[in-house]
Ligand binder design. Structure first.
Ligand code: FE2
Length: 148
């Protein structure tokens, strides 16, 4: 099952939430948009012709890497207490994604099928767990109840 934009974990604060600090809603919106774009790219990868799969995969990995970097900057900005564990998960995901590249560059079609099966699950697990916790910390920071 490939995630669609309807299944993206929303990180944007609720409309009725009270007075988040300036900048936090923009960070949450940026993270939400980044998640949506990555999952849309994953869905697009499913229909890429086999001859273009490796290059599309490389572009997706670069997109994921850029998103992780932005999140890590957010974590630095708010002094996020779980930054090490979150960074470790980013590093492990990227290490796996990069390890597959040479095989995909060689046109390994069965591996491309495996990749398409595992990437959505890997990303959704991370987004629904670690990124959701980061979003909560950002919201708490925005309401002044977060601790550094
Ligand atoms: Fe993350």
């Amino acid at each position: 099952m490939v995630p669609t934009s309807e299944r993206v974990v929303s990180l944007v604060p609720c409309a009725g939430s009270k007075g988040p600090a300036q900048g936090i809603p923009a960070l949450l919106a940026a993270m939400d948009a980044e998640h949506r774009e990555v999952l849309e790219s994953v869905a697009a990868l499913a229909v890429v012709p086999p001859t273009r799969f490796a290059s599309a995969y490389a572009a997706l990995v670069a997109q994921i890497e850029a998103g992780f970097r932005e999140e890590e900057e957010m974590m630095d900005q708010i002094g996020y207490g779980e930054i090490r564990a979150h960074r470790r998960d980013h590093a492990e995901l990227l290490a796996l994604l990069h390890r597959l590249r040479p095989y995909l560059d060689d046109g390994n079609a069965p591996l491309a099928d495996i990749v398409m099966g595992m990437i959505p699950a890997m990303l959704v697990r991370h987004m629904a767990g670690m990124d959701q916790a980061l979003a909560l910390a950002l919201r708490m920071q925005g309401t002044g109840s977060g601790k550094r």
